[in-house]
Design a protein around this ligand. Sequence first.
Ligand SMILES: [Zn+2]
Length: 498
Amino acid sequence: MNLIPYPNGEVKLSPELFVLGKEPSIERPDEPFSFATDQVQGWLTEKCHLVPTLVEPGQPASIRFRKSNRNLPDEGYAIYVSPDGCILEADSATGAFYAFQTFKQLIDPKKGSIPCCEIHDSPSFPWRGLLLDATRTFCPLSEILRLIDLSSSLKLNVLHLHLTDDQGWRIAIEAYPHLTDSRAQFYTKEDIRKVVAYARERNITIIPEIDMPGHFVAALASYPQFSCTGGPFTIPQGEGIFSELLCLGKDEALLFAKQVIGEVCDLFPAKFIHLGGDEIPLIRWKECPDCQSRMRELGMKDEKELLRWFANAMAQVAKKKGKTVIFWNDSIDTQYDPSIVCQVWNPLSSGSNTVGDRPLIMSHYFRTYLNLSHSIIPTREAYHYGLVLNDDPTRKTSMKGSEYLLWTEHIHTRKERDKHLFPRLGAGAEAMWTDPSHLDLKRFCHAFSLCNERLFLSPVARTHPLAANPPRLYCTLRRFLQHQQVRYNSKKSGITKS
Ligand SMILES: [Zn+2]
């Protein structure tokens, strides 16, 4: 069956069809499935141009939701389509939501017909995410909502919003209004509430990222007093790793970090907050009398200890708000607070074997960086990351799942976004949802070419299948050159010494 992501349990297909008819009836769903009323009606109306009606429980209906009472996994579901009608079965609202996502792909929108079938399904990984860099290129609210729709159709459950970086600070903070007063493009708290609510209805958790103490020039351009040198600073354009950091020797700079974390924790209901912690050249701290004095006071021997002290302190600030902190893997070692979640991105930095037993989110540079060209990460590499993850020794212990990332230094329009995302985000969604025993790249590529019409409300612009999987020799060369670039950047930012 042409389903993305492909189901993990039993899939049975019969030759008969069930036809919804011009006015399909939906049995009014009880709690916890009442969300489905609007979403199913909306889909049938908008996508299939039908006129659905709601009927009371017990009356004949084309589509009904049913509680399984079989202790299905939280995100698990079953679908039964027979010539008599369609039953979507789950034990939770989340499971029912995913039953509906699969159901959407089964309907032929032109004929309103559904193949008779039986499907049992639940995901392989609990954390399945997309990172959107809304900083380098500001992403309009409507576009974030569209990406939430696309992600939820692919059964992703995390949207990681990268909100601050050297090139921009995109979220209003009441305690520090100058962060956003010189720039037109940022999210107000009302915008964020809207995004969070929209995502929640689609089973997506928004994880905010406030990158610190590096990737901080935009903040320091507004508040140079929190830097080591005092500035002034100009917000840079384009790609790069910049030396300016938050000064950890100044009490008011630490207060700034704490207050920002406090406000962001209050705004986002997620249990997690991402604090970056990546690509931190230590040169400014080495030269700063305040940072050096802080290190002496705390008996530290080098700046890496200072960084660890800061990370652990900020994890405590978040913990008081009931949140768990996520950091990129650049500097994490076993002395970081064990509650800190590690997002593994850099293949040259501490791997999943040196960061301790902490929870892990996997985002390998050469598998998940969808901003890179299709010749560096062809669809097959994004897809086969599922096999790599399942072979990793941490799979059974600490691995929560994975995220695919879209950094936007060079991606500015909706069309560019889509051409980088697709089909690779679909491949990633299947890598994270579907068990390795069911992964099949050929089937996925075929299914994606057919599903684009059915899966999304409006089909996405996507890279041509051949261009999305260029010849291996060409990819090998491009990947080698890119690897040299990562090596250079990692050395520059102190991740590696050699
Ligand atoms: Zn300093």
